[in-house]
Ligand binder design. Sequence first.
Ligand SMILES: [Zn+2]
Length: 437
Amino acid sequence: MKRLIYPGQEKISAALGRPSAGNEDIDGTVREVLDRVRAQGDVALREFSQKFDGYAPASLKVDEVTIQEAENDVPPELREAMRRAYANISSFHSAQLQRSAPVITADGVKCWSRDVPVEKVGLYIPGGTAPLFSTLLMLAIPARLAGCRDIIICTPPGREGRVNPLILYAASLAGVTDIFTVGGAQAIAAMAYGTESIPAVYKIFGPGNSFVTRAKELVQLEGTAIDMPAGPSELLVIADESANAPFVAADLLSQAEHGTDSQVIMLTDSKIMMDRVEAEIEKQAALLERNSIAMQSLENSSLILLETIDECLEVSNRYAPEHLILATADAHRHAAAVINAGSVFLGPYSSESTGDYMTGPNHTLPTGGYARSYSGLSTGSFMKRIFFQEVTAEGIMKIGPATELMAGAEMLGGHRNAVSVRLKYLEDEQNRSTGKA
Ligand SMILES: [Zn+2]
């Protein structure tokens, strides 16, 4: 890990540079996968599965018995843990469903909106060595709460060509039973274009390797929506002298083990804290199973000593971390100063890993500085908001003349006319009725 002591702005910016992906050469491969799946459907899916994952399942869809039986392969304590996660994620995401009341914007003009679910969504769950069943819960629960009609899951085959039972159990817990054994860019292609086995969806969610990410970006250009731009995971910790150094070190390492391209940053106003955290990292890193991954990502990572915590907050807002831990005595006041971050953890006991699994908010978050403009996933990500407006005769008389003026000034005579014919009609009608009277 780099150590920076009261560095100038330039050095800070250099230390906060994200590790570059450098995957320009995968475009050709991804494009070929997309085109082949579009043209040949299941045949291409099987071929690519065989080539990239080493298995080509006879049936891509996981049958219901296999899903039901997966439960038996999950230890009871883990089942219980997953049910708790399910409950917490559900209660946080349920609270995001709100109805907006109609608004009378002018006499006779009533406007309202209704949130409607995206009808068909596809969830991509990475598998293989690390079955991300927590991600399945984080995607499927809000999709169900939003009311999406068709929810499908694609996940690559694990050992012996089967889907990991933890993923299957999480899927049944979340109430999703359309699961397909296919991974990689070919899974994204299948969900975007549809094949004989896999129905096309309108929006694709979920993390993946660089091939999956690039495939999502490419199908987005063709009209299938995606959740958000994806990149390597990040954590920034702001620690003052009150922080618990072993906790901070453990948090930094927990994020560093995600992948070799992860980045972790600690900002502090205390030289003593910096030294203690550094020593702790060395001590704890040796004990990690994923030590070699963590060590590599620590090379992209820095401990930075600054003058004040306010300065730390400024730097953090500029960096816009995916995860931010406020390991400070005054975490609540500091939280109020956060303007760019995906998810924020306050105080000594809020480890970032509790947010990955248990606290309730979504763990699908903007990375790569996108926290400046994007939010993490919510039930709203699975919905669209439709606007409604109803203008009465009284209403058109109120807002019509101003509409005519504005349309005319934009040289859109047809727009002006659509109001004029109505106003004229109402005027004639009034004359008729006063004539009769
Ligand atoms: Zn994490």
